[in-house]
Write a protein that binds this ligand. Structure first.
Ligand SMILES: Cc1ncc(COP(=O)(O)O)c(C=O)c1O
Length: 366
């Protein structure tokens, strides 16, 4: 059952070690609550609306907690993720993705009956598809023009191209030009903001109203300073954090809410051990790092290799020996992809068990 109030459930007297089978994904709600509150306070102080990306947790329960803390709505990457959030009763959803193809456009039109939707567009092809699908819709579809401010993924390449496309959106029956968005390259801060500021000015000079200018990304969240060019922020990973964010000093170990609990199943040599968590749960995502995770409290351990069901641990010899049957908790390189690997996660508070939660929006590739 979802607590639509946003209140997260309390701990039970039981210890999680007595309740779970490994490998398992643990989510510490005490840390989640701290991370949500810290981000919301930071953005409130900067005058930024918060629209968290649910791709990190894929859990309606945590989306409600983010909304209860003050988020204006949620962000999803796929229509399938947005469908899960809408089915859970969330009514303001930004799908930060170009929706292309007749079947997807049909689903988008359908979904727009259940929630206030916003999508991106970065070409006339995308705008034309959206316009055809929404030409006779009961309410117009909000569209943000996606701007490539340095990530070199999707997005129009110049502020001039942004206003040109914004005018096409504005002219299309069934569409409402709502503003601009970017997913900046980590560390791109000032340049990306100047880019957006120039694009918004050009839009206003062309007579358009620019309601939303949305940026995002956890690596720069707490380095982000008040910037008149932007009025919305879309952080995702901040709710769990992970080893990549530890490496970029965007968080500390105590801020990492998601861990993979793994059992030592073999100790073939004093400097080597094998755990039951491999790439099926930790994933092969390196994000530019060496190794596949960080074992909590064990800086003497590295994880240089994974097979699907085996995690290879290397020990420096500076820590205690590992024994078969022992449980370790591993902070993965990238929390979002780990959420996508499991049917359910185990909610905990410290050492205490809360309950199992279905990862309702996992595996939504469509
Ligand atoms: C479009 C968009 N916005 C926001 C985010 C959230 O980024 P982060 O997880 O770094 O906070 C992502 C992450 O992939 C994204 O693709």
């Amino acid at each position: 059952m979802i607590e639509a109030t946003g209140t997260l459930p309390p701990a039970s007297p039981a210890l999680w070690r007595d309740r779970i089978e490994t490998p398992a994904v643990l989510i510490d709600l005490d840390i989640v609550e701290r991370n949500i509150a810290r981000c919301q306070k930071h953005c409130d102080e900067l005058g930024l609306a918060v629209r968290p990306h649910i791709k990190t947790h894929k859990l309606p329960l945590l989306a409600y907690a983010q909304l209860a803390a003050g988020a204006v709505g949620v962000t999803a990457q796929k229509i399938g993720e947005a469908e899960v959030m809408a089915a859970a009763g969330i009514t303001d959803i930004f799908i930060s993705y170009n929706i292309v193809g007749a079947k997807k456009l049909d689903r988008l039109r359908q979904l727009a009956q259940a929630a206030q939707l916003t999508v991106t567009a970065d070409s006339l092809d995308v705008v034309s598809g959206l316009a055809t699908a929404f030409v006779d819709a009961p309410r117009p579809l909000n569209v943000l023009v996606e701007c490539d401010t340095g990530m070199h993924r999707c997005g129009v390449a110049t502020p001039e191209a942004a206003v040109e496309l914004a005018l096409q959106v504005h002219a299309a029956a069934g569409l409402h030009f709502a503003g601009l968005m970017t997913y900046p390259a980590p560390g791109a801060g000032t340049g990306a903001m100047a880019w957006l500021g120039a694009a918004a000015r050009l839009c206003r000079d062309a007579g358009l109203s620019v309601e939303v200018v949305s940026s995002g990304g956890t690596p720069d969240l707490y380095r982000f300073r008040s910037e008149p060019a932007v009025n919305e922020y879309r952080p995702g990973s901040y709710i769990y954090n992970d080893r990549s964010l530890l490496a970029s000093e965007a968080c500390e170990e105590i801020d990492c809410a998601l861990t993979v609990a793994a059992t030592v199943i073999s100790v073939p040599a004093a400097d080597r051990a094998i755990v039951d968590a491999g790439s099926k749960i930790l994933t092969s995502d390196l994000l530019g790092l060496d190794g596949y995770g960080f074992a909590l409290g064990r800086s003497d351990i590295s994880i240089p290799q994974l097979n699907e069901e085996h995690g290879h641990l290397q020990l420096t010899g500076d820590g205690p020996a590992l024994v078969v049957g022992q449980t370790l908790r591993i902070i993965p390189n990238h929390a979002c992809v780990v959420s996508n690997m499991v049917d359910h996660v185990h909610l905990v508070r410290g050492e205490h068990y809360v309950r199992q939660e279905s990862v309702a929006a996992r595996g939504k590739v469509l």
